[in-house]
Design a protein around this ligand. Structure first.
Ligand SMILES: O=P(O)(O)O[C@H]1O[C@H](CO)[C@@H](O)[C@H]1O
Ligand SMILES: [Mn+2]
Ligand SMILES: [Mn+2]
Length: 405
């Protein structure tokens, strides 16, 4: 029986990439810097002491980090009995965003430039926002800037509630984000507005429109909800998910995966909010999965709750929780299954600003006849897509080199 389980630890980078200078990210290292802060006692909120990830270490995380950066992350050493095949990968895609990382991992790098709204203030062309507002029957909007999604709610969330004007904001990513209160503005109204924006953004080559619903009564208790919805454009070519679907296989999306691939190549989807629910849903779907199935989960919290929020202790605690659940998954895998743990970009919580960081990502592979040991530095995330194609005996992808025979 052939089944591939992909766990995407959103933003869990493994050290700056060779081209990090183009992004202002030289020296960034999501994993290494979290481990360092933990070892120095600087991440003792809700957890304590050195970063402990024994199960990820057995899959080769510490070793992959060593090969990526030239040094073991604090608390990780080579005296671990590694059971997995481990490596790290460089990104071919031009951007350090979520769709680029996911699509490349599935065999389709993004070699063109996305459109960006690069002005920090007055970020959106008036022509564009006028069209969106007219179609939505709204007489104005707030924001119009680069922002952190939680900070902007503290600043203008109340004004949004009293005026009924949606909050439009962006970031260094190719995104158009709309934050609205779930009750005063309404979730369905927000989704409708995002669909209009998606259509009007067509000429701007923007990767994603993101609905950012929130609840609460004021800055002290505003909270974004799990009803976030991403409206991505379609990948530029069929990914390995499309190929497996076409060949009659099942591709099970858990969490944001279906959104990120614009539903392309997905045959079943399950929503879940938070690491615990996402892990539970993954286990449930792995138990149900038959032959020729991919179960693919995006663990978004690492990125959205901790990386972008520059919350080092929160990130460390989340990693430790994730690690503690891994034995449950390993226990239900059979020898033939192909487990892959990776990331889509970095988001170093010790770094300046609130954006992603251009980093290598881990490639932790287990099962599928793979021998324990190093896979080295992979030239593209697409090596994972190519390996999945090879594992399922699909036509080879255009990009990537398989590490599975
Ligand atoms: O600050 P928040 O709203 O979490 O936004 C972040 O999340 C977006 C999509 O992942 C990124 O582009 C970044 O802007
Ligand atoms: Mn991401
Ligand atoms: Mn992000």
């Amino acid at each position: 029986m052939k089944r591939s389980i992909i766990l995407m630890l959103d933003s869990f980078g493994l050290g700056a990439a060779a081209d990090a200078d183009k992004f202002g990210d030289v020296g960034s290292d999501t994993f290494g810097h979290i481990a360092k802060a933990c070892a120095e006692g600087l991440a003792d909120v809700g957890r304590q002491g050195p970063l402990k990830l024994p199960n990820l270490a057995r899959l080769g995380l510490g070793h992959a980090g060593f090969e990526s950066t030239g040094q073991f992350a604090a608390g990780f050493a080579d005296n671990v009995d590694v059971i997995g095949a481990y490596g790290h990968a460089e990104e071919l895609s031009s951007g350090k965003d979520t769709p680029s990382g996911h699509w490349e991992m599935a065999g389709v790098p993004v070699l063109y430039e996305w459109g960006y709204f690069s002005d920090l203030k007055n970020s959106f062309p008036k022509e564009l926002t006028d069209k969106i507002l007219a179609r939505a029957g709204l007489d104005g909007f707030l924001g119009n800037c680069h922002a952190s999604g939680t900070t902007i709610l503290e600043e203008i969330g109340l004004e949004h509630m009293s005026s009924g004007k949606p909050i439009f904001y962006t970031s260094a990513d190719s995104v158009f984000q709309i934050a609205c209160h779930e009750e005063t503005f309404g979730l369905e109204n927000l989704y409708r507005l995002c669909e209009i924006a998606r259509e009007e953004l067509e000429p701007y080559n923007i990767g994603r429109v993101i609905a950012r619903p929130f609840i609460g009564t004021g800055p002290a208790d505003f909270a974004r909800t799990g009803n976030r919805h991403d409206y991505a454009v379609q990948p530029p070519a069929p990914t390995v998910l499309d190929k497996l679907k076409e060949a009659g296989g099942e591709v099970v999306s858990i969490g944001k995966i279906a959104d990120i691939y614009a539903n392309c190549g997905i045959t079943q989807q399950y929503k879940a909010t938070g690491l615990e629910q996402l892990f539970d849903a993954t286990l449930e779907q792995v138990k149900r999965a038959g032959d020729n199935t991919i179960v693919f989960t995006n663990f978004v919290d690492f990125d959205s709750h901790y990386g972008h929020r520059r919350d080092i202790a929160g990130y460390a605690k989340a990693l430790e929780y994730f690690d503690s659940r891994l034995p449950e998954l390993l226990a239900i895998l059979s020898e033939d299954d192909f487990l892959l743990l990776t990331a889509d970009h970095g988001c170093d919580p010790t770094w300046k600003g609130t954006e992603h960081t251009r980093e290598h990502v881990p490639v932790l592979a287990y099962g599928a006849g793979l021998k324990a040991g190093s896979l080295g530095r992979r030239k593209s995330f697409a090596d994972m897509g190519q390996s999945i194609a090879s594992y399922f005996k699909l036509e080879p992808m255009e990009y990537g080199e398989s590490f599975i025979n």
